[in-house]
Each structure stands twice: as C-alpha cells, then as structure tokens.
Design a protein around this ligand. Sequence first.
Ligand code: 13P
Length: 239
Amino acid sequence: MKIIASNFKTNHTRKSTLSFCEELEKFITQKKAQNQSFAHQIALFPPQSALLDNHFKSFQIGAQNAYPTQNGSYTGEIGLEQLAEFGIQTLLIGHSERREILKESQSFCAEKFKFFSNLGFKIYYCIGESQTIKQQGNKAVLEFLESQLEGIDLNYSNLVIAYEPIWAIGSGVSATLEEITQIHTHLKQKLGKIPLLYGGSVKPQNVREILSLEGVDGVLVGSASWEISSFCQILENSL
Ligand code: 13P
C-alpha cells in the first residue's frame, strides 16, 4: 500500500475539481474491482475555493492551508469552522511555496501543527531544501531538514511527512533515485514508522521506480496530477 497525493496548488475551479473527483472515483472503483491489490491511500488537495463535502469513498480531500484558529480576524485565511463545513480533516502544512513565497516561519508551521494535531487532523507535513542549501553539501541539507521538523511531534500517529526538494519542484526533473534513497534512508532513521513521501516532478514515467525505492512510502504530486488522465496514469503505474 502506497500513499498517492495530489496538490492542485492554485489550479482548478470548483466545477473542474468536482468533475475530477467524479472521474477519479470511477477510475478507482473500476481498478479495485479488477485488481484486488489496488489499495493505495489517495488524497487530493484542491484550492480553498473548491473544497468539497467528501462523499467520495476512495480518496480523502484535504486543505492546502488553514489558519490555526476556530474563527476570528485573519483576513484571507480560513480556520476550523470553515474546514468543518466541508468535513475536512486532512491538512497540508509547511509546503515550500508557503514557506518561501508567503514567508511562513518554522515556528508558525509548528503552531499550525500543534493546533490541528490536537484536533486529530491527518497532517501532511512538507520539508525540503533549496538549491542553495543543496550546494552546501549533504551535511547542510540534513541539518536543514532537521530544522524543519522542530516543534513537530514525531509521535503523532496521524502524520505523513513529504520530502520535496525545492529544486525539483516544477522543474520537470525529479531528484535522482540515488538522491531520494540517500535522504529517505537518513530521514527514516529519525521518523521511524511515519510514512515518508517524495515530491518534486513525479510523473507517470518515473513514479514506478520512485515508489520502488526503500524508504519511499508514497508520492506527493503537483503538475502531473492536474489532468485527470495523467493522475490516473500515475495511479496505474503505481501498482
Ligand atoms: P511538481 O510535481 O509540479 O514538481 O510539484 C510538487 C509539489 O510541490 C507537490 O506538493
């Protein structure tokens, strides 16, 4: 069993998300009927404006972001009350685009983690180094990744970690199999049983070999998951 997650980022509308979900449900139902070993855990992170009541049986719908509050005065943000309206109990925290572009600090990521883990949310927590840190060598990379786990309770049972090197995201070129193996092997020593995903230019053509690596429990996919046919191909190739 692998975890296959799709991050829509700032793509799709409410309408197109709904038709994506319907097609996905159909595809997975068919696959399960044909192949008993199709047992992936699948999660979808649409944009906030397209959050849906999850009446789909074969995958989870999560939010890409939320503010650690029940409600309040946080213009442009959504809190627990807004997530609850859609029954959302899955959340992405610490994506590099939020850390880099929106300047979310480690302490704020940890605050979000604390708030939503106390509520039992399933948390997909992202870590990943920039090209600049990669150039400083392996030791610097590992230290940086450790610093992104500060304040995160690694005994929390509903936690999934995604290693997404920033330099591989959206580049079309994933980290090499050797690079993924090296980082995942190291992280696994610290993370124990916590599922560890890889993200960064995962696509139908490379998903099988990435998932076959030791220490890779799944993938978090961006651009190659936005077209339903491509995401289904990823699922197909993940068997
Ligand atoms: P790409 O698959 O487009 O590289 O994006 C990865 C990612 O950021 C998923 O969260």
